[in-house]
Design a protein around this ligand. Structure first.
Ligand code: FAD
Length: 389
C-alpha cells in the first residue's frame, strides 16, 4: 500500500526551496526571460542547496533521498520560474539518471560528482529532426572503428546540452542490426568539446527563455569504446525507463505552474477593482479561480501518487501508468490554468512585466516534452488492452 501524503519533512523541505526560489530567482526572472539569459550562478546555487543530488547515492555526493523530494523541489522552483525548473528536472532526469542507472563504476566516478554538485550539467540526446515521438526511428549512427565509436548524425531540441557548464551529452545511436534485422540502438556518452561534436546556436523558443536548448551535430565524432552506456543494443529500453521518471518530474513542474497561476490570480482578483469593487466578487471570475484550485489539487495528487509508487518500489506497469496519467493531466491543466490566469489579469496579463504572461508562454511545451499528450494517451489506452497503434 503506497501512501502519497507528503511528510512533515517534505513540507519543511518545500518551505526551504520556496524561500530560496523567492529570494534568489524571483527578483531576476523577468530579466533572464527577456534577455534569454541562462544563469549559471543560480545552477551552482541550486547545486549547493543539494537539489541536483537529492536522489543520488552519497558516494557521488548525493543525499540518497526519495523521488518525492525531487518532485517537491521541481514544483517549488517551477512555481517561480519554469526555466530553472526544467533546468533542474532535465539536469537530474536526463543528465544524471541515465549515467547513474546504466553507467559503469568508472563512468559514474568520472561524470557524477560534478553533476550531482550542480557544478556541471549533462544532456540526453534522443530527439532528432526525423525522430521525436517515434524515437526508435533514430538515424544517428555510431560505428566501432579501432576501439572508438565514430558518431555521425544530429539531435534536436536538447536541454542543457550547450551551456558553459555542460560536461557531456548522452546520445542514442544505431550501432548495427539485431538478429531479426531491426536497428540496434545503443547509448553513448559524448563529452562536450570532442572534435566533430558541434553544439549549434540556441533556439529562439516561445517560452523557457532562460533554459539552455540546442540542436547538436556529430560528424565523424570519435569517443572511446568505453563510453558506451550500459549494454550494447539496450538504448531503446534505457530511454523508455529514463522517460518514465521524467514524466512525473514534468508533471511536478506543471503543478508549480498551476500553483503560480492560482496564487497570482487570487491576489490580483482581490486588488483589482471594476464597477466599484474587487473583480473577485464576480462569480464569472471567482468560479474560474475556483477551477484553478481544483486543477492544482488534482494535478498535485496524481503527481505525488506516481512519485510515491516509485518510492515504494511499485511495479513497473503501475508506475508507467501513473506517470502517464500524471503527466497528461497536470500538463494539460497547466496550459488551461495559464489561459485562465491571463484572462483574470485582463490587458495586463498580455504584458511581459506580469508573470502570468511568461507562464502562458512557458506552459505549452509541458504538453510536448518527454512525450506529447498524444503519446501519453496512447500509453494509457495500451495499458487498458486496446490495440491502439
Ligand atoms: C524546449 C524543448 C526541450 C526539449 N528537450 C529535449 C531533450 O533534452 N532531449 C530530447 O531527446 N528531446 C527533447 N525535446 C524533444 C521532445 O521530447 C519532442 O519534441 C517530443 O517528443 C515530440 O517529438 P517531435 O517534436 O518530433 O514531434 P512529432 O513526434 O513529430 O509529433 C508531431 C505531432 O504528432 C503527434 N503524434 C506523433 N505520433 C503520434 C501517434 N502515434 N499517435 C498520435 N499522435 C501522434 C504528436 O503528439 C504531435 O502532436 C525537447 C523539446 C522541446 C520543445
Amino acid at each position: 500500500m503506497s501512501s502519497f501524503e507528503l511528510s512533515r519533512e517534505h513540507e519543511e523541505f518545500r518551505r526551504s526551496v520556496r524561500e530560496f526560489a523567492e529570494a534568489e530567482i524571483a527578483p531576476h526572472v523577468e530579466e533572464w526571460d527577456r534577455n534569454h539569459h541562462f544563469p549559471v550562478d543560480v545552477v551552482h546555487q541550486m547545486g549547493k542547496l543539494g537539489l541536483f543530488g537529492l536522489t543520488a547515492p552519497e558516494e557521488y555526493g548525493g543525499a540518497d533521498g526519495d523521488f518525492t523530494s525531487l518532485c517537491v523541489a521541481i514544483e517549488e522552483i517551477g512555481r517561480v520560474d519554469q526555466s530553472m525548473g526544467i533546468t533542474l528536472e532535465a539536469g537530474v532526469g536526463l543528465g544524471i539518471n541515465p549515467i547513474l542507472t546504466f553507467g559503469t563504476e568508472e563512468q559514474k566516478q568520472t561524470w557524477l560528482p560534478d553533476l550531482v554538485a550542480g557544478e556541471r550539467l549533462a544532456g540526453f540526446g534522443l530527439t532528432e529532426p526525423g525522430a521525436g515521438s517515434d524515437a526508435g526511428a533514430t538515424r544517428t549512427r555510431a560505428e566501432l572503428v579501432g576501439g572508438e565509436w565514430v558518431v555521425n548524425g544530429s539531435k534536436q531540441f536538447i536541454t542543457n546540452s550547450g551551456s558553459d557548464i555542460t560536461s557531456c551529452v548522452t546520445v542514442t545511436a544505431r550501432t548495427g542490426r539485431t538478429a531479426d534485422g531491426k536497428p540496434e540502438i545503443s547509448t553513448i556518452i559524448v563529452p562536450n568539446g570532442t572534435p566533430g561534436f558541434t553544439v549549434e546556436p540556441a533556439y529562439n523558443k516561445l517560452g523557457w527563455h532562460a533554459s539552455d536548448t540546442h540542436p547538436l551535430t556529430f560528424v565523424d565524432c570519435r569517443v572511446p569504446e568505453g563510453n558506451l552506456l550500459g549494454e550494447r543494443g539496450r538504448g531503446f529500453a534505457q530511454f523508455l525507463a529514463t522517460l518514465d521518471d521524467g514524466r512525473v518530474a514534468i508533471a511536478a513542474l506543471a503543478v508549480g505552474c498551476i500553483q503560480a497561476c492560482l496564487d497570482l490570480s487570487v491576489q490580483y482578483s482581490l486588488e483589482r477593482t471594476t464597477f466599484g469593487g474587487p473583480i473577485g466578487r464576480k462569480q464569472g471570475l471567482a468560479f474560474q479561480i475556483a477551477d484553478l484550485r481544483v486543477m492544482a489539487e488534482t494535478s498535485r495528487l496524481l503527481t505525488y501518487k506516481a512519485a510515491a509508487i516509485k518510492d515504494a518500489g511499485g511495479s513497473v506497469k503501475e508506475f508507467k501508468e501513473a506517470a502517464a496519467i500524471a503527466k497528461l493531466h497536470a500538463t494539460e491543466a497547466a496550459v488551461t490554468a495559464t489561459r485562465i490566469a491571463t484572462q483574470v489579469f485582463g490587458g495586463y496579463g498580455f504584458m511581459e512585466e506580469y508573470p502570468v504572461a511568461r507562464f502562458y508562454r512557458d506552459a505549452k511545451v509541458l504538453e510536448i516534452g518527454e512525450g506529447t499528450s498524444e503519446v501519453q494517451r496512447m500509453l494509457i489506452a495500451r495499458g487498458l488492452g486496446l490495440p491502439v497503434e
